[in-house]
Design a protein around this ligand. Structure first.
Ligand code: ZN
Length: 564
């Protein structure tokens, strides 16, 4: 027994020091944020902010050695044992959502970046949990019921934003006082923190809308959409109106994304010559400018050059809208210098937002969405989905480097999964976006990545006979917008119902461990940042010594009086 205890103590001591003693032979591969080009060289960020598809590599020689795997596992254990919990509260919170970033998407992106063993930047975070994403009335959720869960802490019905599950979708009238929710951004503002939202989609799209709007239909992004559901736009505020009218949204210090169309009237052309969508004649961008002129130093920008030249030290409110609809895919801009000049990357926007928000001594809460992962998956454009995932990993890496793990909590998650699978038995180093294996039934090759449903059904099977597959080796999977195989015909590929990951770094990140419901996330954040329900508690905690002091003083005075 004593020998066993000695052995255990010896092992523990080894494990605690192994982080320094054990060296893994060979150099590590570059992390997910690398800007490695096709020729293997590293591009400086000044030369281009766009990603090049890295060179595909096979396994490394050291993987043949048993000791490599044993030492790697021991090193990971040692690091875990040697890392203490950070039990501080967070001054700042940055919450990233990769829309539709399933675990398959994360795994495939490692290979997209050159090696199955790669880590995306957030995979180096200390703590990982897993959340269930169903909404109240659907097994497989959409982005609006999930945004409500992870931003406001309540699961609701499919297709709705921040309205209780007792209210039906498309309801024009309901008791707003009883049914509308406040969320993370409002809690932060009430605690004196600065706030911001950033997305690569329309700023009125379901995910960012979850940060400020309540709507009985996620697609009520402008007055025309409200009217099309037979509701009166003069009584039902569309999501774009809420972005400029609602107090929580007016108080956002940073709003960056796409979606000018929903804020402009039909008769008004935006800066790039595209007409607005509104029929009520409201120009909400002008309205935002007027409102914020009275609130502080404000600026509206519509292209990357303008954004990069914003003086964040002298700006209190920043609105940047870079497209009429969703922003462009990173790969769409890669070889287009004019478009790159016009449109910032997610990393650019995240950096600017942090620069502006970090001026508040009370801290900030920033919400960032990598929204085009989902948009690409719906089209079965796997290459674009992986590239957008890599882009988000880059933005997260920058956010972590710009902030301190001691006072800034970074949480990374997804809203829901997708139907993309990573399948077959392809050899190590095989192009993740190419053909993976050959079917032992129809003897045709198939791609490593494929979808359960989607528009690509029509290119997966032959036109003459939908029971016979088309030969995928006839397709050029190097094309950016090549669609990947799908089994069931659907105009837009659907979401998936499997759990998604939650990666956390910074104060109390250990609270994010385990498997739990998605609506737990904002409560964990609010506790760690001492906002929302926990703001008062922190105040009373700070007030306690004063109360004790005052009662002691009162007691002393009474005693002195009685002695007289
Ligand atoms: Zn979606």
């Amino acid at each position: 027994m004593r020998d066993l205890a000695r052995y255990f103590a010896c092992f523990l001591a080894f494990a605690l020091t192994a982080g320094e003693l054990v060296t893994v032979p060979g150099a590590r591969e570059p992390d997910g944020h690398s800007r490695r080009g096709k020729d293997g060289s590293f591009k400086s960020s000044a030369a281009s902010s766009r990603t090049q598809t890295p060179q595909v590599q096979g396994f490394q020689e050291r993987e043949l050695e048993t000791d490599y795997w044993l030492e790697q596992a021991q090193q990971t254990l040692a690091q875990k044992l040697a890392t203490p919990h950070n039990t501080d509260h967070a001054k700042n919170v940055i919450f990233f959502i990769g829309d539709g970033m399933s675990s398959q998407t994360v795994a495939a992106t490692r290979m997209y970046l050159g090696n199955e063993a790669n880590f995306l930047s957030f995979e180096n975070f200390k703590d990982l949990g897993s959340v269930r994403t169903y909404c109240v009335n659907r097994q497989v959720s959409d982005s609006s019921c999930t945004a409500t869960a992870y931003l406001s802490g309540v699961k609701i019905n499919y297709g709705m934003v921040n309205i209780a599950a007792s209210v039906d979708r498309y309801a024009c009238e309901y008791d707003r006082n009883a049914s509308d929710f406040e969320g993370l951004l409002k809690w932060a503002q009430d605690a004196g923190k600065s706030t911001g939202i950033v997305t690569t989609t329309k700023i009125t799209h379901a995910t960012p809308a979850g940060a400020y709007a309540s709507s009985a239909n996620r697609y009520w992004e402008n007055d025309v959409e409200v009217a099309s559901s037979d509701c009166d736009p003069s009584r039902v505020d569309d999501i774009a109106e809420q972005l400029v009218d609602k107090e929580v949204a007016q108080r956002f210090n940073v709003v960056l994304g796409g979606g000018r169309g929903n804020l402009l009237p039909k008769e008004t052309m935006d800066e790039e010559g595209k007409p607005g969508y509104r029929e009520d004649g409201k120009n909400l961008i002008e309205q935002w400018k007027q409102t914020h002129e009275t609130m502080g130093r404000s600026q509206y920008v519509w292209n990357r050059e303008q954004l990069m030249s914003v003086d964040t030290a002298n700006t209190d409110y920043l609105l940047g809208l870079f497209e009429s609809g969703h922003m462009k895919y990173n790969l769409e801009l890669k070889d287009n210098s004019e478009a790159s000049r016009m449109e910032p990357t997610l990393e650019d926007m995240t950096r600017k937002a942090i620069e502006l928000l970090q001026r508040n001594k009370n801290g900030y809460v920033l919400f960032v969405e990598g929204g085009l992962i989902d948009v690409a998956h719906h089209e079965t454009w796997a290459r674009l989905a992986l590239d957008e995932t890599a882009e988000m990993a880059k933005a997260i890496d920058t956010a972590r480097k710009m902030t301190s793990e001691q006072d800034t909590l970074i949480v990374v998650s997804s809203d829901h999964s997708h139907t993309m699978t990573y399948n077959g038995y392809p050899k190590r180093g095989n192009d993740i976006l190419g053909l993976g294996d050959i079917s032992d039934e129809d003897l045709l090759p198939y791609t490593t990545l494929s979808y359960a449903n989607g528009l690509s059904y029509y290119t997966t099977y032959t036109e003459e006979n939908h029971a016979i597959r088309a030969d995928p080796s006839n397709y050029d999977y190097k094309q950016t917008d090549m669609r990947y195989m799908a089994m069931v015909p659907m105009d837009a590929e659907t979401h998936g119902g499997d759990d998604v990951g939650v990666w956390a770094s910074g104060p109390m990140s250990h609270l994010f461990r385990g498997v739990y419901e998605q609506n737990t996330i904002p409560y964990l954040i609010s506790y760690i940042a001492q906002i929302g329900d926990y703001y008062e508690e922190s105040d009373s905690g700070a007030g306690q010594p004063l109360a004790v002091c005052l009662s002691l003083l009162l007691g002393c005075s009474i005693a002195a009086l009685m002695r007289r």
